[in-house]
Write a protein that binds this ligand. Structure first.
Ligand code: PNS
Length: 165
């Protein structure tokens, strides 16, 4: 049997913290499905198609990784894709309550899907897509926090007149 795991998120945009979790998930699972939720209520900076493209480019060259968008419930998506495991990265303690609630609710909806938490690596403990967007919006340098294509896409979206993108 090929063991598959889902790494879900909004990925608006994908960061080096996300990529670190995917790379570590690949050491445990044969197949890792990066599932990009449409999340219109979060008013993402990038469309779901753009977020998928940025993730595909950023994860290029890794065997066993598939990037796909999804709408609806995570447990349904996991089932439909033959994955019994959901992997979430955990950063500071502040993540815990929300992630704990989501994992419990997910288990209530489908007890065949398990959520595994992976502690974020030390250098990415305080990294989030929201922080990246805020820094980039005010002209800060995020090149150490995101892959090159995302850095370029942020500049293009937030600073179009400066010639970004
Ligand atoms: O990047 P995020 O904000 O941590 O991603 C959250 C996401 C998209 C993984 C989460 O909101 C999700 O799984 N949404 C799909 C709907 C769902 O299943 N909600 C959880 C109820 S148990």
């Amino acid at each position: 049997m090929i063991a598959a795991a889902v790494c879900p998120g909004t990925f608006d945009p994908i960061t080096k913290g996300h990529i670190d979790v995917v790379d570590r998930a690949l050491t445990l699972f044969d197949r890792v499905i990066v599932a990009v939720h449409v999340s219109p209520d979060k008013k993402p900076l990038f469309s779901v198609e753009e977020r998928v493209t940025l993730a595909v480019e950023a994860l290029n060259g890794r065997d066993g990784v598939q990037v796909t968008q999804f709408d609806g419930l995570l447990v349904t998506f996991a089932r439909e894709h033959g994955a019994h495991v959901v992997i979430k990265g955990l950063r500071a303690v502040s993540d815990f309550e929300r992630e704990f609630q989501m994992a419990q609710l997910g288990h209530l909806l489908d007890e065949g899907v398990e959520t595994l938490f992976m502690m974020a690596s030390t250098e990415y403990q305080f990294l989030s897509s929201s922080a990246v967007k805020e820094i980039a919006r005010y002209g800060g340098d995020v090149s150490g926090l995101v892959p090159v294509n995302v850095d370029r896409a942020l500049k293009g979206r937030l600073w179009p007149r400066e010639g970004g993108g």
